[in-house]
Design a protein around this ligand. Structure first.
Ligand code: EPZ
Length: 420
């Protein structure tokens, strides 16, 4: 089994270039199914989740070529509207392909994605919206079978919660609908706007993406386009946390400051200082991190749930008591017991509130990643801990952060991947 081995305690310094956003490339690869032609997507990270999306594209009849960080998708001969359970289970966000299949074929058969390590991950908002748009959905034995006997009709829809995936799936279904769709209480994450920017380049008419109300006018057919994925704001905060925890100074190249508007103030409260240039952010850590009085994860533009585990590690070595509230997923503190093995003094109440009493130093330990963001946070903990940390189940980490050991080595870390 692959492991990461880290000898911690070294200050991380230097410059690192940000990879493209995982949570943008996945819906945009799905969107290439809804348009006809050869789409060229630049700045794609090499991730196992991206591999899973490429397998799905190939299964339904796309020709996919990968040239470095560019993925070329020819959807001219797409002919299959069914995604088998084996491929769906590879990556639970594959549900995003359903909207694209409905747009392209008026038909789609997928396996229910099921839950994952961080929560139940229901898709009721997705399916309720599709039903309102005229999609007839059969659910049997975990298979979701969708038909559109009278086509897909644009509708005025309001989401109970600004769900990222539901907003994206509705946009993907709406571009092939008859008439106009208006989504109220839409998710506002930057990845939603990136998806809309790509589709508008393909001839779609999507307005308001990135805001709470998104309007989509259906189109009879859309052509392909060329697009470059936005930088990954969660990986940016990961590099920032690695500087913060090791007393280092790092410049993140390609970072968009506006995507981190709720994250930077939390790092500043912990004592970090920032300088900004065009698409680069420099963070300098204090000698010792201060406590974080209270942070609560909320939908964008609030503090992102995907960066919560990083702040929890920072709080574990901050001077004083920090409180972190997780409001998006029910099981996002799963990594905390592993952090406690490294000497953290944290208690979690009701699975959603972490109270951290900062300790001077963490110490190395043998730990296991519990999910993508929790596992990445354990890497950051290992980078600042005294001694050696071994991290198992690294497959979780590579779902979202490729070559993590290479990039942290560039910044001065003593980190290596070993097999066995
Ligand atoms: C996306 O997941 C991201 N994944 C997640 O990143 C991210 O944490 C999340 O948005 C929130 O920002 C991708 O983009 C591939 P949601 P998604 O629908 O779309 C509930 C990572 O680590 N809900 O906004 O699944 C749900 O249970 C991943 O990169 C329903 O109840 O998130 C959750 O409590 C993890 N019914 C809340 O909404 C639904 O039909 C937010 O979920 C859909 C969601």
């Amino acid at each position: 089994m692959e492991k990461l081995i880290i000898n911690g305690g070294r200050r991380l310094c230097g410059e690192v270039r940000l990879q493209g956003a995982k949570n943008s490339v996945l819906p945009i690869l799905a969107a290439t199914v809804a348009v006809n032609g050869i789409s060229v997507i630049h700045n794609c990270p090499y991730l196992s989740d991206v591999d899973a999306a490429v397998q799905i594209l190939r299964h339904i009849g796309c020709r996919v070529d990968i040239e470095g960080e560019t993925i070329v998708v020819d959807s001219t001969s797409v002919s299959v509207w069914e995604i088998p359970e084996t491929l769906m289970r590879e990556m639970r966000s594959s549900i995003i392909f359903l909207g694209a299949l409905l747009s392209r074929f008026g038909r789609g058969v997928v396996a229910a994605p099921g839950g994952c390590e961080i929560g139940l991950r229901p898709i009721d908002y997705h399916l309720d919206a599709f039903r309102k748009m005229g999609v007839v959905i059969g659910e049997n034995g975990g298979i979701i079978d969708c038909t559109c006997p009278n086509g897909i009709s644009g509708k005025r829809l309001s989401l109970n919660f600004p769900s990222v995936g539901a907003t994206e799936n509705i946009i993907l279904a709406s571009i092939g609908a008859e008439g106009e769709t208006v989504i109220s209480n839409a998710a506002r994450e930057p990845e939603i706007k990136d998806l809309a920017d790509f589709l508008n380049r393909c001839g779609a008419d999507i307005r308001g993406a990135g805001g709470s109300t998104v309007t989509i006018r259906g189109a009879s057919s859309l052509h392909s386009a060329e697009h470059s994925i936005i930088p990954d704001r969660i990986i940016a905060s990961t590099y920032m946390a690695s500087a913060a925890c090791t007393g280092g100074k790092i410049t993140v190249l390609g970072a968009e400051k506006k995507h981190l508007s709720s994250v930077i103030p939390v790092f500043e409260e912990a004592g970090c200082r920032f300088r900004y240039d065009e698409n680069r952010i420099e963070i300098t850590a204090p000698e010792r991190l201060r406590r974080i009085r209270y942070v609560k994860t909320t939908p964008y533009p609030g503090f992102p749930t995907d960066s919560q585990s990083l702040i929890t590690v920072m709080a574990s070595i901050g001077s004083g008591t920090s409180i972190i509230s997780e409001s998006i997923f029910e099981n996002r503190f799963r990594f905390v017991p592993e952090l406690i093995r490294m000497g953290a003094d944290i208690r979690v109440e009701n699975g959603c509130l972490a109270i951290a009493e900062g300790v001077e130093k963490l110490h190395g330990a043998n730990v296991a990643a519990t999910d993508l963001r929790g596992g990445t946070a354990l890497v950051v903990a290992g980078l600042c801990a005294d001694g050696e940390t071994q991290i198992e189940k690294t497959a979780y980490i590579y779902r979202g952060f490729y070559d993590i050991e290479k990039y942290f080595s560039i910044l001065g870390a003593d980190i290596r991947k070993v097999n066995g």
